[in-house]
Design a protein around this ligand. Structure first.
Ligand code: ATP
Length: 298
């Protein structure tokens, strides 16, 4: 388990991360969200021991993170950190050896991951000859080759096609199943929404929202009703109290409401029509993010 307690980092007069605390349990996927410059990379660097915090504590399995346990942290970032003149095999042997693994074990793991990612044929190709997506897979393999206790994924899906995103997501779930704690950062909210049980939103180094995603969403309540059906009279829905906005988009009627009680009233108005779809929805993470982060702009 990763425990971050009141960490602080300043650059000159700028407070990049202010009194940040969170926990990521074994097998938990945690989302660290924020706009550009919010303090995510600074936080990752402090966790990996690349940057010293001004104050606070960072513990992995109750031990302070130092060089003896940084091997147990895997890191995948948007910027490729691969040695492009090496072949895939040379690269992974190099990273595996740095993490103290035997050659036999590295090759066994490499075979497993190359097969899983459907890139066995690239084993002896130079990294620079690989496509961006395949380089990203190699970076992932180098980060997880020794089954890390903590995996940090900083925008891992940027530039990947949907098939490769799916492969990488499955691999992340596999590590979660092994009890690895995973921190995930992305600007693509649909990935966070699908992936993270717990999250923090940072604005200028400050936490403005935190908790389990399902609880956060629940606290917002139902905000939208989506209806598909025949002969639905939108003017009747429009007149219901708490209906703020109604529009027809691609054959679906989207109703924004300010009070959950409107859901039943909407249903009563249309129940005699032929209804193909009736969904009452909590806000998406994207909507929550925009509301929270948007409000904090001065
Ligand atoms: P992005 O999404 O753009 O990667 P981020 O959330 O990772 O952003 P950080 O890179 O952690 O944000 O930066 C947090 C703040 O600290 C920013 O205002 C940034 O300009 C500042 N900062 C980061 N590194 C340094 C540094 N080495 N010296 C001075 N200021 C820095």
């Amino acid at each position: 388990m990763l425990k971050v307690e009141n960490i602080q980092k300043t650059y000159g007069n700028l407070v990049a991360v202010n009194q940040l605390s969170f926990e990521v349990k074994d097998g938990e996927i945690f989302g660290l969200l924020g706009e550009n410059g919010a303090g995510k990379t600074t936080t990752f660097r402090m966790i990996m021991g690349l940057l010293e915090s001004d104050s606070g504590k960072i513990l992995l399995d109750n031990k302070k993170i130092d060089y003896s346990i940084t091997d147990k942290i895997g890191f995948v970032t948007e910027e490729r950190s691969l040695l492009t003149k090496m072949t895939v095999k040379e690269q992974i042997l190099y990273y595996g050896a740095l993490k103290g693994m035997s050659e036999e074990k590295i090759l066994q793991e490499l075979k497993y991951w190359l097969n899983k990612f459907e890139i066995k044929k690239y084993e002896n190709k130079k990294i620079k000859e690989l496509s961006k997506g395949n380089q990203q897979k190699i970076q992932f393999i180098s980060a997880v080759i020794n089954h890390p206790k903590l995996l940090i994924l900083d925008e891992p899906f940027t530039g990947l096609d949907p098939i490769n995103v799916k492969l990488l997501k499955e691999a992340v779930y596999e590590l979660k199943g092994e009890g690895c704690s995973i921190i995930f950062s992305s600007h693509q909210m649909e990935h966070i929404e699908e992936f993270c049980e717990k999250l923090i939103i940072l604005v200028k180094g400050e936490v403005i929202l935190e908790g389990y995603l399902k609880n956060i969403k629940k606290s917002y309540g139902i905000k939208k009703v989506v209806i598909k059906g025949e002969n639905i009279d939108m003017t009747k829905i429009e007149k219901i109290e708490s209906v703020e906005d109604i529009k027809n988009m691609n054959g679906e009627i989207i109703v924004h409401i300010s009070d959950e009680k409107a859901v039943e009233k909407i249903f009563n108005v249309i129940k005699k029509c032929k209804i193909l779809k009736f969904e009452a929805l909590e806000p998406s993470l994207n909507e929550i993010f925009i509301e929270k982060v948007g409000n904090s702009h001065e």
